[in-house]
Design a protein around this ligand. Structure first.
Ligand code: NAP
Ligand code: MG
Length: 403
């Protein structure tokens, strides 16, 4: 069989530990036999980030802007332990943080659903995709302890020097605490635009919610910006596509999410997204089955798994012990990136390959062949636990037969 051809390269960002092992196996067993793979390779493994003073991370983000589509392996975010383990020159920042900031991107996380893995909310029959606004609010706050007898005020100095003051609270009877939050219109606009574009792209409704009844200026600003961008830039396209933009109060949204059947994008303010993404991921059953894509407002895509480098399994692997690490989310990062590349370059064969790779992966699990994490929770009766490499071999065989 002739290999499927590509036009534009994918930006390939390699990573660390067990996911780096999986990365190589996925390419060997599931991609290279079928696709004449073109990538521009960046090694974001911690040793190479350290050698290049993290320049490689910046270069990979620049390449992503240039080519439009990237696929990323999980990477270590250094902490004190990693400083000694890898003899680092500096505690390099999280690559995901660096790339997200350079692309001004929003992260969309969605579960991969398979028969036998039933969400804790049994009515969730389709994935719920969570998009978290990754700028401002409590994550860029200023906070203080306040002594009894003090008065706390908000003061804003306008460009012409005039000052506006508002009392936050008179602490006459007790010590207390205060917090200053901010956000910027440009960031909220990018977030709104990216969420609404992604809704169109994936043909799903978009939900957004804030506490605008209580926060009549701050949260209301989010609501107004979303409404304006929807009206001016998306309303017609949504109506044509038969999808909906839906705004409600955050409490109402939470209640509706629980009794929904899924199948939409839930755009969340920063804190809501932080909290709700952990709840939704857990309710779907497995972090190893959660995909993640970073999308920029100008339509650049970076695909990855939502989980980390699976350090504990890596140490077992290094010690020569058998492992059973789930590669599904990393496979879907590759299929997502190849499909997007195929769509952008008008390569239907590549799109078909990506879809078939996902089908082969899901079919394998639904036939009962799965890694240890899924084996523990799957409700299938004929289930068999296999090791990291065997799982990929079985998917590879299935893929050959489907193509
Ligand atoms: P982790 O890699 O997500 O793994 C935590 C635990 O979850 C594992 O020990 C394993 O549980 C289970 N797990 C996660 N993914 C799995 C998979 N694919 N297959 C089977 N089990 C899986 O988180 P971590 O160990 O806390 O972090 C390790 C490193 O990853 C850290 O250095 C962190 O900085 C980095 N990280 C990177 C990213 C990213 O690049 N996007 C995201 C998060 C964390 P059992 O051990 O019980 O089997
Ligand atoms: Mg969180």
């Amino acid at each position: 069989m002739a290999k499927i051809q590509m036009k534009t390269p994918l930006v390939e960002m390699d990573g660390d530990e067990m996911t780096r092992i999986i990365w190589k196996l996925i390419k060997e067993k599931l991609i290279l036999p079928f696709v004449d793979l073109k990538t521009e390779y960046y090694d974001l493994g911690l040793p190479h980030r350290n050698e290049t003073n993290d320049q490689v991370t910046v270069d990979s983000a620049i390449a992503t802007k240039k080519y439009g589509v990237a696929v990323k392996c999980a990477t270590i975010t250094p902490n004190a332990e990693r400083m000694t383990e890898y003899d680092l020159k500096e505690m390099w920042k999280s690559p995901n943080g660096t790339i997200r900031a350079m692309l001004d991107g929003t992260v969309f996380r969605a579960p991969i659903m398979v028969k036998g893995l039933v969400p804790y909310i049994p009515t969730w029959r389709k994935p719920i995709t969570i998009a978290r606004h990754a700028y401002g609010d409590v994550y860029k706050n200023v906070e203080m302890k306040v002594e009894k007898g003090s008065k706390a005020e908000l003061a804003v100095t306008a460009p012409d020097g005039t000052e506006t003051r508002r009392t936050i609270f008179d602490f006459q009877n007790s010590d207390g605490i205060i917090q200053g939050l901010h956000n910027v219109d440009a960031s909220i606009e990018s977030f709104a635009r990216t969420c609404l574009s992604y809704g169109l792209d994936t043909h799903q409704d978009v939900w957004f919610a804030t506490k605008d009844t209580i926060s009549k200026t701050y949260d209301h600003r989010f609501k107004d910006i979303f409404a304006k961008i929807y009206e001016e830039e998306f309303k017609e396209k949504f109506e044509k596509a038969g999808i909906e933009y839906f705004y409600t109060l955050i409490d109402d949204a939470v209640a509706r999410v629980i009794r929904s059947e899924g199948g939409y994008i839930w755009a969340c303010k920063n804190y809501d997204g932080d909290v709700m993404s952990d709840m939704v991921a857990t309710a779907y059953g497995s972090l190893a089955m959660m995909t993640s894509v970073l999308v920029s407002p100008d339509g650049v895509y970076e695909y990855e798994a939502a989980h980390g480098t699976v350090q504990r399994h890596y140490y077992k692997y290094l010690g020569g012990e058998p492992t059973s690490t789930n590669s599904v989310a990393t496979i879907f990062a590759w299929s997502g990136a190849l499909r997007k590349r195929g769509e952008l370059d008008h390569l239907p064969e590549l799109v078909r390959f990506a879809n078939t790779l996902e089908k082969a992966t899901i079919d394998t699990i639904e036939d009962g062949i799965m890694t240890g994490d899924l084996y523990l929770t799957s409700q299938l009766e004929n289930k068999v636990k296999v090791g990291t490499e065997d799982f990929l071999t079985v998917i590879g065989n299935k893929l050959s037969s489907l193509l």
